[in-house]
Design a binder for this molecule. Structure first.
Ligand code: FAD
Ligand code: EPU
Length: 346
């Protein structure tokens, strides 16, 4: 039955006015149990887990229950060479980064200011400024919705990749992340390979200084979702074959290419969109951000359809010019749950 009475506007960062049948905040594993445990409920009424809704686009009202994960708790254990952290999935990611630095534990600083909850971080293996979550993650604790089985996935089992993990594939829609384990090495080494961090001296720089530099870069480049609705990079940076890369290098020698370990070549989606002169393009209330072309924004009145139509145009123009197909990074949510985003914008 659909009776969309609860607004999701404050529960996702795109700020689009969509509704759900019900919204429940779960502060403990027990609360989650009673909301979605019984197979019967789960099968008849769709359930959607949300952290802070900073990586989702609702396409319609949601015909089910949205569970906001707020399972808290941070436990830190010291070993001879590391700090081991066990963190509840509902903890705020940026606050965790800040808290570790305040305690003198380096290692998460390059991932500062990424919105969202700790439990969502492994799902797309969050990354920024040459650090990805899998480099600091030890395990992901999950509970399956169908039978309540608890399982710990080590990092190999998580199959982490660029903006990817097993949780987006085999187990899609079937689990709740309840906690994440981290290992922060005591022997800290700064990661300063990103172009705007190279001015820092690796011999003297501290984790806090790297954190402050990252926060400055991000504040300059990315729109604040509390002011302008968005979900960060709307598209993933495309990974292309070496043969297409060679072809593009001849036609566009100024577009940088980044060779990956697996032989694929990564391009910057923002740069491709920028080259198509799409910055500022507006469809209804949705627009390509003027400073960062990879980010699509809600100028205030965007409908889901505006964002989808804009994404479709951007994908089409980039494909026509470069023969490269952009894929959304953002999870698209239909009235029944997570849906195939590429299909929607094709
Ligand atoms: P949500 O959007 O709430 O959920 C994302 C997906 O995970 C949904 O499919 C949801 O159903 C599922 N999910 C959430 N919690 C659970 C759970 N406990 N169990 C099972 N499934 C769950 N990402 C980066 O990688 N790097 C960046 O630099 C970056 N910068 C950003 C900047 C801005 C301004 C914004 C708005 C976003 C940015 N993002 C970035 C994207 C986003 O912040 C991350 O993907 C983040 O991890 C999402 O967390 P969330 O709690 O908001 O997830
Ligand atoms: N660029 C342009 N025009 C633009 C935007 C960027 O020419 O409009 C150029 C930049 O000058 C730079 C290159 O494109 O040479 C890459 O840009 P940037 O370093 O800003 O990174 P990005 O590829 O746009 C990625 C991640 C971000 C992450 C940053 C920093 C993806 C999809 N996005 O963005 O993650 O914070 O690198 O590491 O991988 C997110 O996932 O939501 C996100 C924000």
């Amino acid at each position: 039955m659909s009776y969309h009475q609860f607004s999701l506007k404050q529960w996702h960062t795109f700020g689009i006015d969509v509704y759900a049948n019900n919204i429940v905040i779960a502060k403990s594993k027990a609360a989650l149990f009673c909301q979605c445990w019984q197979k019967k409920t789960w099968k008849t009424e769709p359930i959607l887990l949300l952290g802070q809704g900073s990586n989702v686009l609702f396409l319609q009202n949601f015909d089910g229950k949205v569970l906001i994960n707020r399972i808290k708790g941070i436990n830190i254990v010291e070993t001879t060479d590391s700090w081991l952290l066990h963190v509840g999935a509902g903890e705020n990611w940026h606050k965790l980064v800040k808290m570790t630095l305040d305690k003198g534990l380096g290692g998460l600083e390059n991932l500062a200011l990424i919105p969202g909850c700790v439990g969502s971080a492994p799902i797309q293996n969050i990354g920024a400024y040459d650090l990805e979550l899998d480099q600091v993650c030890e395990y992901v604790d999950v509970v399956f919705l169908s039978d309540g089985e608890h399982r710990r996935f080590n990092t190999i089992e998580c199959c982490f990749g660029y903006r990817d993990s097993i949780f987006k594939h085999s187990y899609k829609d079937q689990y709740v992340v309840i906690a994440v384990g981290f290992k922060l090495k005591k022997k800290w080494k700064p990661i300063l390979t990103y172009s705007h961090l190279r001015y820092l001296n690796p011999k003297t720089v501290t984790p806090i200084q790297v954190f402050n530099a990252i926060c400055r870069i991000r504040r300059r480049k990315l729109p604040n979702p509390n002011i302008i609705g968005n979900a960060g990079s709307f598209f993933k940076n495309p990974l292309i074959t070496t043969s297409l890369a060679s072809d593009l290098l001849v036609r566009y020698p100024n577009i940088p290419q980044y060779l990956q370990k697996d032989g694929k070549v990564k391009l910057s989606a923002g740069q491709l969109i920028d080259h198509c002169l799409l910055k500022g393009l507006r469809i209804g209330g949705a627009a390509v951000h003027k400073k960062q072309a990879i980010v699509l924004i809600n100028t205030g009145t965007a409908s889901s359809e505006d964002v989808v139509n804009l994404a479709r145009i951007v994908r089409k123009r980039v494909a026509e010019k470069f023969n490269v197909l952009l894929e959304p990074e953002v999870c698209f949510i239909s009235s029944r749950g997570i849906t195939d985003s590429v299909e929607v914008i094709t």
